[in-house]
Every structure is written in C-alpha cells, then in structure tokens.
Write a protein that binds this ligand. Structure first.
Ligand code: NDP
Length: 246
C-alpha cells in the first residue's frame, strides 16, 4: 500500500468523484479526512471506509467559508499531527448564459470551487512545507480548459484552479510539495445525472472512447499523482475525458 501512514483530506467526499477518491486513497493505506457540506454525506463515506477495514473520519462544513476551513484545518493538524495530501474536489454548478447570470450564481460558484482551494492551501501549506513532503491535487474540468456556453462562472472557477495549480507548483516545489490538477470530462455522478437523452447522445458523439467516465476513472489518476511514483510531476493538468479534448 503506497499511502501507508499518510493523512489525506478530500473535499466533496460525500458523493461522486470525491467519494471514489476517498475510497481509493484509503485502499492505499491513507487515513482519509472526508469533508462535505452535509454530515450525512461525508459521514456515510467515512463509515463505509471504516467498515471495510480502512481509516477515515468526517467533518461537515461549507468550503466557501474561510473561517470554517481555517478552524477545520487547525483541528485536523491538532488531531493527526499533519495533513500530507489535499484533494480540492468539492464543486458546484449554477449554469446559465452570461446575460442572465445573477451575481449570486457567479459568486457562489467562484467561492465554492476556487476560493475554497485558496483557504485550504493557505491553512495547510505551511505544515506540509515544514515536513518537506506534500501532495495537492485540484479537481478542475475540461470546461476550464476550453470553456463551455452556459458555464461562465464554472469555467472561470475551473480555469482559475489551473492558474493556482501552476503557481503553487512553482512556489512549493522547494519544499517537495507537488501540485497538480485533474480535468475530468463527463463523469457519471449526481452533477451530470440531470442530462437529458439528447444531450447525452450529443456528448457521446464527441467522446472517442464512446462512454461517459466513472468516478473511479478520476480516482485512479488522483491516486497516481499522490503516490511516490509521481514525485517528479508537478504543475500539470491531467485530462481524464475519454479523449474529448486533445
Ligand atoms: P457531486 O455533485 O456528485 O458531489 C459534489 C460534492 O461536493 C458533494 O459531496 C458535496 O457535498 C460537495 N460540496 C459541494 N459544495 C460544497 C460546499 N460548499 N462545501 C463542502 N462541500 C461541498 O459532484 P461530482 O462528484 O460530479 O464532482 C466533483 C468535482 O469534479 C467537482 O469539483 C466538479 O466540478 C468536478 N467535475 C465533475 C465532472 C462531472 O462530469 N461529474 C466533470 C468535470 C469536473 P454534499 O454531499 O454534502 O452535498
């Protein structure tokens, strides 16, 4: 098991991609700190991990609330002595064309998807730097690479995460902390469950591998980036999308 004795924090661990990442990192031996908005959600992931022989705990909080993140980061460090791995995965969509996009929908998405990453890194990079080892993986999106009509807020937040990833990779490299991003295409989760049949068909036409991705497809990429084997990879965006964006 490649992550034995590591402590990994996964945001949005209650469902979908985050849950698959939490399960995968725990299978590799990490103690996983599962964070999501509702305790029901992250609590059930932690319970399932503990029931299957892994180690996990949960904490419900709103990642767009800077003081809640600071308080949680402090208590994780107090309790576990360290956080080795940070996976910024929590995210939301509030889609709409720019002419009709409310200021609330703009700020909610930017704060939840992007500002949250700043809050976690601000509070965890220092303890990670002190131990001279760390992994940060930000879950962005192909929308952040190529844009998507109806997603000005979401695509901007995801493009912002890429800029943040590359900057942090440069700033934290001397402390042996690698910072990478994974850009999923269309993955079957609650986030994409609302797609109608026509849209699904249209999407599939543009995916060379002819299927939507599974949360485990993303978890495998994240697992690799967290491992020792990926120790010489930093500042990169790994696209995991069945070949949709090349
Ligand atoms: P889901 O909607 O299935 O799950 C989102 C998770 O994020 C939930 O656990 C939710 O908590 C948590 N979350 C949302 N807002 C907050 C908040 N303010 N504070 C704390 N936790 C929060 O999403 P996916 O699994 O589909 O997506 C995960 C990530 O992958 C997102 O960043 C998304 O943008 C990205 N992505 C997804 C793609 C897809 O096709 N599914 C494609 C490209 C990128 P709770 O369970 O408590 O509600």
């Amino acid at each position: 098991m490649s992550l034995e004795n590591r402590v990994a924090l996964v945001t949005g661990a209650g469902r979908g991609i985050g849950r698959a990442i939490a399960e995968k990192l725990s299978q590799e031996g990490a103690h996983v700190l599962c964070v999501s908005r509702s305790e029901d959600s992250c609590g059930s992931t932690a319970e399932e991990i503990n029931n299957s022989g892994g180690k996990a705990s949960s904490r419900a909080l709103d990642v767009s609330d800077g003081s809640a993140v600071a308080e949680a980061a402090k208590s994780f460090i107090n309790e576990h002595g360290k956080v080795d791995i940070l996976i910024n995965n929590a995210g939301i969509t509030r889609d709409g064309l720019i002419l009709r996009m409310s200021s609330e929908n703009w700020h909610d998405v930017i704060n939840t998807n992007l500002s949250s990453c700043y809050y976690w890194v601000k509070n965890l990079a220092h303890p990670m730097a002190r131990q001279r080892w760390g992994r940060i993986v930000n879950i962005t999106s192909v929308s952040g690479l190529v844009g998507n009509a109806g997603q000005a807020n979401y695509a901007s937040s995801k493009a912002g995460m890429i800029g943040l990833t590359k900057t942090l990779a440069k700033e934290l490299a001397s402390r042996q902390i690698t910072v990478n991003a994974v850009a999923p295409g269309f993955i079957e989760t609650d986030m994409t469950s609302g797609l109608d049949e026509k849209t699904r068909e249209l999407i599939l036409k543009n995916i060379p591998l002819k299927r939507l991705g599974q949360p485990s497809d993303i978890a495998h990429a994240v697992d690799f980036l967290c491992s020792e084997r990926a120790g010489y990879i930093t500042g990169q965006v790994f696209t995991v999308d069945g070949g949709m964006v090349m």
